[in-house]
Design a protein around this ligand. Structure first.
Ligand code: GAL
Length: 646
C-alpha cells in the first residue's frame, strides 16, 4: 500500500525542490510521479537534450528517500516537432486538424511520430532506466483524453486499410462480414475503404465497430513500442499507464496485458458533475461523488492487469467539469482508503501544489499556490497513519464475476436502438445493485477464468466468444444473462438462430422480438405476488423452460433452467436486486442490505464501510454487534470510514 503524488519540478524554482521533497516524505508519501509533460524541456531544440535540470530534480527527490515514477512525455509533443512534421497531427471527425497549444494533438497512426516517440523514450530510459530511485514508468498520459483515440488523418486512413487487409484477407470477405450488398456499399479493394465519417446518414455499424477496433489496436501498439524499450533499458522496473474513468474508446484489457499494473485517474466530483446521473443524485453526492463510481473503476481496472492502483486522486476542486465543488471534509481520505480496500497497491494524489498559471491554475493540489497546506494535505497525512492499521490485508477473488468487454460496448454504441442505452450503463447499474447487497465484485473480461465464482452476470454482452461459452458451460455458478446477451455476431449481424445466439446451447430460449421504450415508460412484472418494473428494453421470448416471473400480460420475463437465468427486459434496480438476492442466497452467499449511502468491501480479513452520505449513519445490520474495529466505529460520520476484523 504505497502513497504517491504527482510533481512538476519544471513548474517551480530549484530552491523549492528540496523543501517539497522533505515535506512529501514527512507526510508519509513514498512515490513521486514526474516528467510526463516535459518534452520541450528535455529536448528544447531537435536532437539537443537538456537533462541537467531533471538530473538535479531526481537527485533531490532521491536524497529525501523518495521513489520515482517517470512519465514518458509523449502526450505533449513540442512545437518544433509539430512544425517539422505537421503530418503527425490528428484529424477530427469533421476533418479539422488538431492544433498545437494544449496536449494530445498527435495521431496514433503517424509512423513518423512513433519514431520520434521511440527516440525520446529511448533517450530517457538510457539516462534514467537504471537509476536506483526509479521504480516505475508511466507510458504517455491518459490515452484518449480529450477524445483522441479516433483520428481521421491520411495516416489513419492508410493504416486502417492495412488493418482491414490483415483481418479479412480479401475484400469479398469484408463485404460479406459487413453486409455491404445493402445500399450498394460493396468495395472492389481495400484501397477504396475510408474511415466511417462524413456519410449522409449513419454509416454501416459493422464499419463503425471495425474502425473502433482498429483505433484501439493503434493505441495498444503505440503503447507496446514504449513498453518494449522500457523493459529493455530499465530492467526490473514496473510499467503502468494511467487510464481514465467512464472511458471505453480503446480496449483496456489489451493495453493492461502489457503492464505490470493498471492505474487510473480518479476524480469523483468532476465525473459526477459531467455524468448523466439525475439531478437529485448530483445534489446529494455533490461533495462526495457517486458512491459506486470509484469502486466500479477500481474493480474494473483490477481486472485489466495483475495489479492496479490510482495514479491521480482528486485532492480538492478540479478545473475541468462544468461546476467544480470542493470535497466534503474527509472525502479525500475516504476515496484513498476505499481504493486500498479494493486492493490498490498505489494511491497517488494529483497534484502536489496548485499551479498559478496556464490551463489548470484552478485545479487544487495538496498545497495551495502560496505553498501553504490545502485542506487535503492533512487528510493525506491521516491516510498514511491509517495504512498502518490495515497493512497486510490482501485482495482475494470476489464471489461475483460481472462480465465486461470493450468490444461489446462498441457494438452497443454503434447502434443503441434506444436513447442512452449502452453496455457501460447496463454494467454500471448491475454493479450498483450488487453493491447495495453488500457483495464484492470482480469485473472481468470474457476470456477470464471463471472458476471459483458463485454468481456470474452477463449484463448484455452482445457477442459471446467460444472461450466464454466454454467457461460458462463448465461453471456450476448461478449465471444470469440480461437482455441483449448474445444478440450480435462478432461482425455485427443478428445471429442466424436469433439472440441469445450461442447461449441457446445452454438455455433453450429464443428472442423473437425486441423493443426499446422511452425514458419514463415502465412495464409491470409480477414477482412473488408483487408488481415490479422493467424499463427501456423489452423482449419477447419463445421457450418451454420454467418462467419465474412474467410481464402483466403473461409474457415471460425471468426464464430459468437450473442455475441459468435469462431476463427478457431491463429490470429496475429493485427487481434486479430481488432476483440477484434470491440466486445469491441459493448459491450460499451472504448478503447484507446496505444503507443507501453506505458501501461495504472486504479486503483479506478486514471488512470496510464507507459513508458517502452527508449525514451520520449507524452500521447496525451491516457490521456485527461488538465488531473489532481497526478504523472508526459503528457510528459512521459523513465521509466516515470504518474497518473491522472478520
Ligand atoms: C488528468 C490528467 C492530468 C491533469 C488532471 C486534472 O486527466 O492526467 O494531467 O490534467 O486530469 O484533473
Amino acid at each position: 500500500m504505497r502513497l504517491g503524488v504527482c510533481y512538476y519540478p519544471e513548474h517551480w524554482p530549484k530552491q523549492r525542490w528540496a523543501i517539497d521533497a522533505e515535506q512529501m516524505a514527512k507526510l508519509g508519501i513514498s512515490h513521486v510521479r514526474l516528467g510526463e509533460f516535459a518534452w520541450a524541456r528535455f529536448e528544447p531544440e531537435p536532437g539537443q537534450y537538456d537533462w541537467a535540470w531533471f538530473d538535479e530534480a531526481i537527485e533531490v527527490l532521491h536524497a529525501a528517500g523518495l521513489k520515482l515514477i517517470l512519465g514518458t512525455p509523449t502526450a505533449t509533443p513540442p512545437k518544433w516537432l509539430v512544425d517539422q512534421d505537421p503530418s503527425m497531427l490528428a484529424v477530427d471527425a469533421e476533418g479539422r486538424t488538431r492544433g498545437f497549444g494544449s496536449r494530445r494533438h498527435y495521431c496514433f497512426s503517424s509512423a513518423s511520430y512513433r519514431a520520434e516517440c521511440r527516440r525520446i523514450v529511448t533517450a530517457m530510459a538510457q539516462r534514467y532506466g537504471e537509476h536506483p530511485a526509479v521504480v516505475m514508468w508511466q507510458t504517455d498520459n491518459e490515452y484518449g483524453c480529450h477524445d483522441t483515440v479516433e483520428s481521421y488523418s491520411q495516416n489513419a486512413r492508410a493504416a486502417f486499410r492495412v488493418w482491414l487487409k490483415a483481418r479479412y484477407g480479401d475484400v469479398t470477405a469484408l463485404n460479406t462480414a459487413w453486409g455491404n450488398v445493402f445500399w450498394s456499399m460493396e468495395y472492389r479493394s481495400f484501397d477504396e475503404v475510408d474511415p466511417p465519417v462524413g456519410t449522409v446518414t449513419e454509416p454501416n455499424p459493422s464499419h463503425v465497430v471495425d474502425y473502433q477496433r482498429f483505433c484501439s489496436d493503434q493505441v495498444a501498439s503505440f503503447n507496446a513500442e514504449q513498453v518494449e524499450i522500457l523493459r529493455r533499458l530499465s530492467p526490473g522496473r514496473e510499467i503502468t499507464h494511467n487510464f481514465m474513468g467512464a472511458f471505453t474508446a480503446f480496449d483496456h484489457h489489451k493495453v493492461g496485458a502489457d503492464m505490470d499494473l493498471a492505474t487510473w485517474d480518479s476524480y469523483p466530483l468532476g465525473f459526477l458533475d459531467m455524468s448523466p446521473f439525475p439531478d437529485a443524485m448530483k445534489q446529494r453526492y455533490l461533495r462526495q461523488g457517486h458512491p459506486d463510481f470509484q469502486a466500479f473503476h477500481h474493480d474494473l481496472y483490477r481486472g485489466c492487469s495483475s495489479r492496479w492502483g490510482v495514479m491521480e486522486q482528486q485532492p480538492g476542486p478540479v478545473n475541468w467539469a462544468p461546476n467544480n465543488p470542493a470535497p466534503l471534509d474527509g472525502m479525500v481520505r475516504l476515496w484513498s482508503l476505499e481504493a486500498f480496500a479494493h486492493g490498490a497497491d498505489l494511491v497517488s494524489w494529483f497534484r502536489w501544489r496548485q499551479c498559478p498559471y496556464a490551463q489548470e491554475q484552478m485545479h487544487a493540489g495538496l498545497l495551495r499556490v502560496d505553498a501553504e497546506p490545502a485542506p487535503a494535505f492533512a487528510e493525506a497525512g491521516q491516510v498514511a497513519r491509517d495504512l498502518k492499521q490495515i497493512a497486510g490485508a490482501l485482495p482475494q477473488q470476489a464471489p461475483v464475476a460481472l462480465l465486461w468487454s470493450y468490444d461489446g460496448q462498441w457494438i452497443h454504441h454503434a447502434q443503441p436502438q434506444g436513447e442512452g442505452l449502452d453496455l457501460l450503463r447496463q454494467t454500471y447499474e448491475t454493479y450498483t445493485v450488487l453493491r447495495r447487497l453488500g457483495l464484492d465484485i470482480d469485473i472481468v473480461p470474457p476470456q477470464a477464468d471463471l472458476d471459483g465464482y458463485r454468481l456470474i452476470i452477463l449484463p448484455g454482452l452482445p457477442h459471446l466468444s467460444e472461450t466464454l461459452m466454454a467457461s460458462l458451460s463448465a461453471s456450476s455458478a448461478q449465471i444470469i444473462a440480461l437482455c441483449r446477451t448474445g444478440s450480435k455476431t462478432q461482425s455485427f449481424q443478428i445471429p442466424a438462430n436469433l439472440a441469445p445466439g450461442p447461449m441457446q446451447a445452454l438455455l433453450a430460449l429464443k428472442v423473437t422480438r425486441v423493443e426499446s421504450l422511452r425514458e419514463g415508460i415502465v412495464e409491470a412484472v409480477e414477482l412473488h405476488g408483487e408488481q415490479r418494473g422493467v424499463e427501456r428494453w423489452r423482449e419477447a421470448v419463445e421457450t418451454d423452460l420454467p418462467v419465474q416471473a412474467r410481464y402483466r400480460d403473461g409474457a415471460p420475463f425471468w426464464v430459468r433452467d437450473g442455475h441459468l437465468s435469462y431476463l427478457a427486459g431491463w429490470p429496475q434496480p429493485e427487481l434486479l436486486g430481488h432476483i440477484i438476492a434470491t440466486l445469491a442466497l441459493e448459491a450460499g452467499m451472504e448478503i447484507a442490505l446496505t444503507h443507501e449511502d453506505v458501501r461495504l468491501r472486504t479486503l483479506g480479513n478486514l471488512r470496510f464501510a464507507f459513508n458517502y452520505g452527508p449525514e451520520p449513519v449507524s452500521l447496525a445490520g451491516m457490521a456485527p454487534d461488538g465488531a473489532d474495529f481497526v478504523l472508526g466505529s459503528a457510528e459512521l460520520a459523513p465521509a466516515g470510514v470504518a474497518a473491522w476484523r472478520l
